[in-house]
Design a protein around this ligand. Structure first.
Ligand code: FE
Ligand code: ZN
Ligand code: FE
Length: 168
């Protein structure tokens, strides 16, 4: 963002800005997910984080593909929102003593991440269609579906086992 000029003038500019924002977020998550997997005790949760790490690496590649399809430079802009969610997750995790309670806290943090991504990709799919880019929309929709799936797997894991064990 320029300090003295407003760089976002059109819906297309806004679309590209939001791509740059989520591109930054996905790359931060590629760094954060292995740390979350390390902290997890439940084997399925640990594996779930690693599986979503693989998906997240594909999300980064898909965004690069969308930038190219749209004729925009592959670029990231800081996303204070994702930095805040990750920072809060680290803070809370650092204060949890019990390993099983920590698993519940990690799921809580991971779902905040997924919900952030779901809102951003939901908007991006909608804006891509608005801008006549059904091709970009369909690539972004693949990621949106994977974020929703990751979120619902976390809900199932929390409610079927992790939260119950943490509460014992
Ligand atoms: Fe993602
Ligand atoms: Zn942001
Ligand atoms: Fe995700």
């Amino acid at each position: 963002m320029g300090l003295f000029t407003k760089d976002i003038k059109t819906m297309n500019d806004l679309f590209v800005h939001q791509l740059q924002d989520i591109y930054y977020a996905e790359r931060q998550l590629v760094k954060a997910l292995p740390k979350m997997a390390d902290k997890a005790t439940d084997a399925q949760l640990k594996q779930g984080f690693m599986t979503h790490l693989d998906e997240t690496k594909v999300h980064v590649q898909r965004l690069e593909q969308v930038f190219e399809m749209h004729g925009a430079a592959v670029k990231a802009v800081d996303c204070p929102a994702i930095d805040g969610i990750i920072e809060e997750a680290d803070e809370v995790a650092g204060e949890v003593d019990d390993k099983l309670v920590l698993d519940a806290a990690l799921i809580n943090a991971a779902q905040a991440v997924e919900h952030y991504e779901i809102t951003r990709y939901g908007t991006l799919v909608s804006w891509a269609k608005l801008l006549g880019r059904a091709d970009c929309a369909s690539v972004l929709a693949k990621t949106l579906a994977e974020e929703k799936n990751a979120d619902s797997k976390l809900t199932k894991l929390a409610e079927s086992r992790v939260n119950l064990q943490a509460a014992e």
